[in-house]
Design a protein. Structure first.
Lengths: 249, 249
DNA sequence: GCAAAAGTGTTGTCAGTACACCCATGT
DNA sequence: ACATGGGTGTACTGACAACACTTTTGC
């Protein structure tokens, strides 16, 4: 990308009249996006952290994030960050959480950042993590290291947002591969909410909702009765949503 | 406020190395806050709108909002907007909702805005509205006029956030005066969720939660049996919150 | 007395919980 | 055979919805 694509288009057409201050003075903010990427590895909810390759905070652990280009949409920027990191083209879930703008949060100047959370499934993150293996780590949400900027706070808020959303929308499925067992699903929810759930009751609720398509396949090579595999029934979800059905957990 | 308080402090210490673009280029964003102020008038949930006094969109209906000063916190800016408008010093509820940043959302340049919602009660908004009477209106949420910028969308999202929060936190009380009847409270919730609720069941739930202090006072000069007045028991709420009690409606 | 809204009580249903039990597979 | 997790059934309970009823005021 060339410098020409970054014109400095300071506006001058209007003035903020009430204080007699030229409006250019208000156009000196920097602006970034940060992504809290959740994944489920080893039956635990983890967050993707990177080692920063640029100043400030070079070498420290941080969330994947970047400055936004002057002509780039917020959501596009967040998707770009995640795509550059993992190669994912279509991110199933990417939600804005909150915006952080403390005057002194960035040593370079006044930089606001828009927090996001994303959910990725094992089909995706396994192959691609290796290309950046040195500086991408999946970290248990209970064991976060010291982080650059206010990224600790951003993660905490993202986790809260994830928990709220997970009660109302079937986003747990986005953390699973295409085919999964009911136990896989239960583990996801136990991990998100840090609780234990009753097996029988969990199964009944999930199956009664009509969002699962039972496949003919079962697990293989397990030292116990093999579990049936299911997949998320997107079509059924869309029809149910239309009739003011609501996912509740 | 003088111009001196608005220095142009373009940073130059660091460079974004991966594209060889000087970091100054990324510091050309404008940044504002917008407030969706909810109040309950005539037993209906309303939103405060203002007639814009400056360009762009001068003369059109819009949300109260303003550009943020380079050394001002986001929350401070939102409180300032509301204080300038209503004289309120301590806003009981002011929550960030979402950030809007479409490239073309502002005709002057790239301006991001952080949406907020605020709840105000009749004790406050009645006296102060008159000082700006010409250009402040309370509008029924079902009957919004055409609005400047993307303010329609900001209101819709704020209403959704209000509804979500109102189910989990006792914020309905912030829309009421100090002393209120159970029916007043019921009307608030009916208005927020646009539904009808059963009187008996609503009373039972509210009283059982232990968040209401029954006063010795009753209504006066009503053409029916006068209702008992209640106030919100802040102290009880704090103790209950500590024991992982959760408000649910 | 009557209208109007405050305030109380009763009943049935349904969803969630706890928990016990059987089933199929690898070693 | 037995360990392991998959999968099913039952009984209890407590919250909530529906609705009928009594009470207190002004006119």
């Amino acid at each position: 990308m060339s410098e020409k694509e970054f014109p400095l288009h300071i506006p001058s057409k209007y003035h903020v009249s009430y204080y007699q201050i030229p409006i250019e003075r208000f156009f000196q903010f920097g602006f970034s996006v940060d992504c809290v990427v959740f994944g489920c590895l080893e039956n635990t909810l983890k967050v993707m952290l990177v080692e920063r390759g640029v100043q400030p905070f070079k070498g420290q652990w941080a969330l994947p994030g970047d400055l936004v280009y002057p002509n780039e949409e917020i959501s596009t920027a967040a998707e770009r960050v995640l795509r550059d990191l993992t190669g994912i083209q279509d991110i199933p879930t990417m939600e804005q959480t909150k915006t952080y703008g403390k005057v002194d949060r960035h040593p370079v100047g006044r930089v606001l950042t828009v927090g996001h959370y994303a959910l990725v499934n094992p089909d995706i993150y396994n192959p691609h993590a290796s290309s950046w293996a040195d500086n991408i780590h999946w970290v248990d949400i209970e064991e976060l290291p010291g982080l650059a900027f206010d990224h600790q706070e951003i993660i905490e808020d993202a986790l809260e947002a994830l928990r709220t959303d997970a009660r109302k929308k079937p986003i747990g499925f986005d953390l699973l591969p295409e085919k999964f067992t009911l136990n896989d699903l239960q583990i996801i929810y136990e991990s998100i909410f840090s609780t234990k759930l009753d097996k029988g009751n969990f199964r009944k609720r999930m199956l009664n909702m009509g969002l699962l398509k039972a496949l003919e396949e079962t697990q293989e090579n397990v030292a116990h009765r093999p579990a049936r595999l299911y997949s998320f029934d997107t079509q059924s979800y869309e029809t149910l949503k239309a009739k003011d059905f609501s996912f509740e957990i």
